[in-house]
Design a protein around this ligand. Structure first.
Ligand code: SF4
Length: 378
């Protein structure tokens, strides 16, 4: 870690051996610094990195054990730290909080007689298809999850080494979490090399169908992230659909922009067009106004989903969301989608409004389902 201590730049040198998480003391937080929340909700990092190695991801690159076996704090120790801090809510920033681990943390908290709830970043695996697992999570203390759904294309997910994500199951997973009272944020990734733009477009219909069970949505643009497995492959020209076009010598730049797409007609302009449309989808989402008014889980977590729904109804009656982008941007985006749909699928569709393009997305998804029912891949 490097930081500025008044006029001096301090540097923590790497330890010869990565620190054992179990031996870490309870963190000391400066309680003079106020968060945007009435109660104090500390971030806790109880595991050094994620072992999953998704192609695009380098979230844990700062860890000494990045891409290796994570260092993990025992659930007992996690519970003891929460109790020692005297807090009732925690923001776990770990990259891989599995369901069994969360349930064990809940048990350890109960054992020492301390109640606490949390938000965290689990994976969207099929364990969440069982409503009992979602209820067990809620019972343990989980109140919000941030899920990387990333793509609706199974092939893209396999390519990015995230094969446990099954788009056909996303809807039920979201519903199970919602029914258990768990707030859900979803991450969507647009512009993965080789993924036809029509797959990203399908999100418009997905969000329409399943948005009731989602609280917040973030669509991100694919970047070649420094130290991610994809970056390594791209550097030796082994990442299909992407070509590195230059060096990146900026030390602290985590996202490399020196690349171009080489397959399936993918281009940055098409990626931006879909992202503009997704932004419009967010504006039309039931929770847009209320979640914009209550930023971050540390605030939203003080309210039940029912309360947030009531507030959303009130806000939308008094102050409907404004359009996300000017009409001229929307027009430009629609023309990019028109050409992509024609090139990728031979479709002659010419959407002239957001509603048109959303309906096109719905037809594409309906086609996927028909193909899946017939036993062939879409
Ligand atoms: S995307 Fe999530 S599961 Fe995949 S490597 Fe990154 S943190 Fe781990």
């Amino acid at each position: 870690m490097i930081w500025r201590d008044r006029g001096t730049v301090r540097v923590n040198h790497r330890t010869p051996a990565p620190t054992d998480y179990e031996s870490l003391p309870t963190p000391v937080f400066d309680r003079e610094i106020r968060q945007w929340s009435p109660d104090f909700v500390p971030p806790l990092h109880t595991m050094s990195n994620c072992p999953m190695r998704c192609g695009f991801c380098s979230i844990a690159a700062g860890s000494d054990t990045f891409l290796g076996k994570p260092r993990v704090m025992s659930e007992r120790r996690v519970a003891e730290h929460i109790a020692a801090l005297g807090v009732e809510r925690v923001d776990f920033v770990d990259e891989y909080p599995t369901i069994p681990r969360q349930i064990r943390i809940g048990r350890e908290l109960a054992r020492i007689g301390h109640r606490a709830t949390w938000q965290c970043y689990p994976t969207a695996g099929d364990q969440l298809l069982d409503p009992r697992n979602c209820e067990a999570l809620a019972q343990a203390g989980c109140r919000a999850v941030q899920l990387g759904l990333e793509s609706l294309d199974p092939q893209t997910l396999r390519q990015e080494a995230k094969p446990w994500n099954h788009p056909a199951n996303y809807g039920r997973i979201l519903e199970n979490l919602y029914n258990a009272g768990i707030q859900v944020h979803v991450f969507i990734l647009v512009g993965v090399p080789g993924e036809p733009i029509n797959f990203s477009l399908r999100w418009l219909s997905f969000l329409e169908e399943h948005g009731a069970h989602i609280l917040t949505i973030k669509s991100g643009r694919y970047r070649l992230t420094r130290r991610a497995p994809d970056e390594r492959r791209a550097t030796v020209d082994e990442l299909h659909g992407l070509q590195v076009t230059g060096q990146d010598n900026q030390l602290l730049n985590l996202n490399r922009d020196q690349f171009r797409y080489t397959s399936n007609g993918l281009s940055r302009k098409r990626v931006e067009a879909v992202r503009d449309l997704l932004e419009e989808a967010c504006r039309r989402h039931w929770a847009y106004q209320v979640t914009s008014s209550l930023p971050r889980w540390i605030n939203r977590g003080r309210f039940s989903l029912e309360q947030l729904h009531q507030a959303a109804d009130q806000l939308s009656a008094h102050r409907p969301a404004e359009p996300s982008i000017p009409g001229s941007h929307l027009k430009r985006g629609l023309s990019k989608i028109t050409s992509a749909a024609h090139e990728e699928l031979g479709l002659r569709a010419a959407p002239t409004s957001y509603e048109d393009v959303r309906d096109l997305a719905a037809r594409l998804r309906a086609g996927d389902e028909t193909v899946a029912a017939g036993g062939r891949r879409g």
